[in-house]
Design a protein. Structure first.
Length: 148
């Protein structure tokens, strides 16, 4: 089933709030090999002027992926995870994610296009606190190639 080109311009409802914890920040940093104490030690983060530990710049993928899962689960979208390759990802960080934040992500499909038999979807996920403060914008390109 092909991807519905009418997805372009569609914004999904925001995800449920995700509570950012010191443990999740530390685990994420460790998983990507970042040992900076700002991500693991609250005292070191406070000494650097932060209210608590701060997440690495790519941490918002944790929340953005929840929004991506909602898109993939939508039968109207026509996406099959087994036929999707994550082609590109970038982040525009407005402010660091901090322990204690509660974040949501609202995904917008910016474009759907065909290239060499592959459907390319470009998405934007605005990641905000539950109070509405923009923390990060995550951009992704997915390549989807359904079987003939």
């Amino acid at each position: 089933m092909p991807v519905d080109p009418g997805l372009a311009g569609r914004t999904l409802p925001p995800t449920r709030p995700y509570a950012v914890s010191r443990a999740s920040i530390s685990a994420f940093a460790a998983a990507i090999g970042v040992r900076d104490p700002l991500h693991h030690d609250a005292e070191a983060a406070r000494a650097a002027g932060h209210p608590d530990v701060v997440a690495p710049p790519t941490y918002p993928i944790v929340v953005a992926f929840q929004a991506m899962e909602a898109l993939l689960a939508d039968p109207q979208a026509g996406l099959e995870l087994r036929h999707v390759v994550h082609a590109q990802q970038r982040f525009e960080v407005t402010r660091p994610v901090r322990a204690g934040d509660e974040l949501t992500a609202a995904l917008t499909v910016e474009s759907v296009r065909q290239a060499a038999g592959t459907e390319l979807l470009t998405t934007r996920s605005d990641i905000r606190t539950v109070d509405g403060e923009l923390v990060c914008t995550a951009y992704a390109t997915l390549a989807h190639r359904a079987p003939a």
